[in-house]
Design a protein around this ligand. Structure first.
Ligand code: ZN
Length: 131
């Protein structure tokens, strides 16, 4: 099995979607090919980041504080105290950071999946010239 095929199969390997023969051949290749092993390690790390993002609950107070801030902005035109501005900034940072983490993790995983599996699947389903 050559590196390009190994790289296409790594996602399926991690998802335990390979048959026994492909899995054994891929594992033999990984034992002697450092670049493919590194790619597998990176995929595993990406998968762990995704799982952490998927399972991390938002702080329990976040919704209450955001809703309170929205209500205070809607009902008051008076200048807010400094702590309210700090709280609003902190809430924004939490939301933006969480979105960025999710976006990076999803983008990375998506790009890898497209590169390793879906790209060939897509082109494999297109009609060939002359058919
Ligand atoms: Zn290789």
């Amino acid at each position: 099995m050559k590196c390009d095929r190994v790289l296409r199969l790594l996602s399926s390997y991690l998802d335990r979607q390979l048959g026994a023969a492909d899995r054994a051949e891929l594992e033999r290749h990984l034992e002697r090919c450092r670049p493919c092993q590194d790619e597998l390690d990176q995929l595993r790390a990406d998968q762990q980041v995704l799982q952490a993002v998927e399972t991390a609950p938002p702080p329990p107070y976040l919704r209450t504080r955001v809703m309170a801030e929205i209500r205070s902005r809607a009902t008051s035109s008076a200048p807010r105290p400094a702590w309210a501005r700090v709280l609003a900034i902190a809430a924004t940072v939490v939301v933006v950071a969480g979105s960025a983490c999710a976006g990076v993790a999803l983008g990375s995983s998506f790009a890898r999946n497209v590169h390793h599996a879906q790209f060939d699947t897509l082109y494999g389903t297109l009609p060939q010239e002359g058919q």
